[in-house]
Write a protein that binds this ligand. Structure first.
Ligand code: MG
Length: 300
C-alpha cells in the first residue's frame, strides 16, 4: 500500500528540548539512527548558543557524525547567520521556521509573522544561490498556546507567500499538540486545493494523544511525509513533563502493520529508542519502546 517518508528529528528537535547531553552521546545517537534504514534525519540546528545551549556544539557534532549513504540530512536555522553556518558545514537541505500565530512568532523571535516572512524570502534566495533547498516550517499551524485556534486560511496564505518566494517544500508544525483529525483535514485540504504540486510534510506532537490519529487522517488525504522523534525525544516546550514529538517507532509500528513501507527496521529502531532513553536519563513516553511491537509475544 505504498510508502511513507519519515524524517527522524530526535537529534535536533528532540535533543533541543531535553537537558543538554555531551557531543559524544549526540554523535552516537545520530550514527545509530543512520543505521535503522531511515532515509531522512534532521541532524542539528545552527542557532545562537545563548538562545539554545543544547545546540551550541552543532558543528562539532556534525563533523564527527557518520554521513550514511542514502540518508538525507537536514539542518534547521533561525536566521541568515544560521543559514551561512549550515551552508559552510555542507548541508544541502535547510529548514527555516515561522509561526502562523503572530503572538507565538513575536515571543520566539521578537518579530511579526510578516516580518519573518520577509527575512525568509531573503534566506530562500541565499540558500538557492548556494545550491541548497529551503523548507519552510510553519509552526503553530493547528493552534497556538497564546492565541488558541489558528485560522487555516491564514496558514494557507503563508504557504502561498513562501511558495511565491521559492520555498521547495513546506511543513506544518503542531507545536504544542493542538491538532486533531478535524483540524488536519481542514488545513491539508485547503493547502492542497491551492498548491496541488507542493510537497507537504507534517510534524505532530502527541501531547494530547492525537498524533497517530492525525497521521492516519493525513495519510487518507494523500500526505506521505512525516516527522517523528525516536523514543518521543523532546518534551512539550509549554507544559513541563508533557509528551512532545510523536515517537518514530510508534509511527513505524502502525504503518508497517498497514503494509506501508518506511525503509526502517523496527527492531533496530526500538534499540535506538532505548539508547535515546539512556542518553537523556529519563523514561521516554513511547508505548512501543515500553511494550515492544505487537508481534512480540509473551513467553509461556
Ligand atoms: Mg517538535
Amino acid at each position: 500500500m505504498g510508502s511513507v517518508s519519515i524524517r527522524e528529528v530526535g537529534p535536533r528537535d528532540g535533543l533541543q528540548n531535553e537537558d543538554p547531553v555531551p557531543v559524544e552521546a549526540k554523535v552516537r545517537l545520530l550514527d545509530a539512527l543512520g543505521r535503522t534504514g531511515v532515509r531522512r534525519i534532521e541532524a542539528v540546528s545552527f542557532v545562537h548558543p545563548r538562545a539554545i545551549p543544547q545546540m551550541a556544539d552543532a558543528d562539532e557534532v556534525w563533523d564527527a557524525a557518520d554521513k550514511v549513504d542514502g540518508v538525507r540530512y537536514s539542518a534547521l536555522v533561525p536566521n541568515s547567520r544560521g543559514a551561512q553556518r549550515a551552508l559552510a558545514a555542507g548541508f544541502t537541505e535547510v529548514e527555516v521556521v515561522v509561526s502562523a500565530s503572530d503572538t507565538h512568532n513575536r515571543r520566539n523571535v521578537n518579530r511579526s509573522t510578516e516580518e519573518s516572512l520577509d527575512d525568509i524570502a531573503g534566506m530562500i534566495g541565499e540558500l538557492h544561490r548556494h545550491g541548497a533547498t529551503a523548507e519552510v516550517i510553519i509552526s503553530t499551524s493547528f493552534g497556538c498556546p497564546y492565541e488558541g485556534d489558528v485560522d487555516p486560511v491564514r496558514v494557507a496564505g503563508i504557504v502561498d507567500r513562501v511558495v511565491a518566494d521559492g520555498a521547495d517544500r513546506v511543513s506544518f508544525g503542531d507545536t504544542t499538540g493542538m491538532a486533531t483529525p478535524r483540524r488536519v483535514r481542514e488545513v491539508v485540504s485547503l493547502v492542497r486545493d491551492r498548491q496541488p504540486e507542493l510537497p507537504l510534510l507534517l510534524h505532530f506532537h502527541d501531547t494530547r494523544g492525537t498524533a497517530l490519529a492525525n497521521i492516519l487522517t493525513a495519510l487518507e488525504l494523500g500526505v506521505t511525509e512525516f516527522d517523528a522523534s525516536v523514543g518521543g525525544l523532546g518534551g512539550c516546550p509549554y507544559a513541563p513533563g508533557a509528551t512532545g514529538n510523536v515517537a518514530t517507532e510508534e509511527v513505524v509500528h502502525m504503518l508497517h502493520d498497514m503494509g506501508i513501507d518506511t525503509g526502517i527496521d523496527l527492531d533496530t529502531l526500538i534499540e535506538v529508542a532505548a539508547l535515546a532513553q539512556e542518553i537523556v536519563g529519563r523514561e521516554l513516553p513511547s508505548g512501543v519502546l515500553r511494550a515492544g511491537p505487537r508481534t512480540r509475544l509473551v513467553a509461556g
